[in-house]
Design a protein around this ligand. Structure first.
Ligand code: C5J
Length: 231
């Protein structure tokens, strides 16, 4: 059993039954010149999560932990884009329109893909999600079940939107989630703080909040996983 310092109390997880889930670290949200910045957001606030997440990713891979990446986006024909989501915000340039990095939040477009720093390795599942939660209209639950995963370590953006929604969905499905505070980020500092508070409040009503350094310390004590066979 691994024990990681966290709030509201220690997070325990079993190697082999815990997965790292990295939510929506996509160019359109995180990179300068993307959709997020075009909406007037300061992407430097999100970019703070990149370096600690990259370290956690490397440590997880070293131990052979299942790593899952998610991307928020839609089919090129937009048949999975609810009219309400398209209309929300009354944006002049919104989802499906030509944006600074290709069609905004459309699968296959440059801006929809994961930033280079955290790109998936061969064999790591990438879950394309049309909603904010990673369980809605995806096969994430099946993937986790097939690998006997019971606990999730969660990184990504944004803390109050897709991270929080995913953690709540996971909680309702019986997964324990540890959210790494320095590996999640929001365009709004107040939302970052409150979104993390909400997760760990009331004895961990949705899960646990920890720090990447404490997780890395624990992962560092695990043996290196045998490399996967070629092919
Ligand atoms: C948002 C996300 N904020 N990944 N998406 O629209 O949090």
């Amino acid at each position: 059993m691994l024990r990681v310092r966290a709030e509201p109390y220690e997070f325990s997880c079993e190697p082999g039954h815990v997965a790292l889930v990295i939510i929506d670290m996509q160019r359109d949200f995180v990179d300068p010149g993307g959709f997020g910045e075009a909406l007037g957001n300061d992407v430097s606030l999100l970019r703070r999560a990149i370096a600690p997440t990259a370290r956690v990713l490397a440590a997880a891979r070293r131990t052979g932990m299942l790593v899952i990446h998610t991307r928020e986006g839609h089919r090129p024909d937009l048949t999975d884009l609810p009219a309400t989501k398209k209309a929300r915000g009354r944006l002049r340039t919104g989802i499906g329109d030509a944006g600074p990095m290709g069609r905004i939040l459309v699968r296959g477009e440059y801006g929809h893909d994961i930033i280079d720093e955290l790109g998936p390795a061969p064999g790591e599942p990438v879950v394309d999600k049309p909603g904010k939660g990673a369980f809605h209209a995806t096969d994430l639950d099946s993937i986790l079940h097939s690998r006997a995963i019971r606990q999730l370590i969660v990184c990504g953006v944004t803390t109050e939107v897709c991270v929080n929604t995913t953690v709540r969905e996971a909680n309702d499905r019986g997964y324990d989630c540890l959210v790494l505070a320095d590996c999640v980020a929001s365009y709004f500092p107040e939302f970052q703080r409150v979104a993390l508070e909400m997760i760990k409040a009331q004895g961990g009503i949705f899960g646990w909040v920890g720090a990447s350094g404490d997780l890395m310390e624990v992962l560092g004590q695990l043996p290196e996983a045998a490399p996967l066979p070629a092919g």
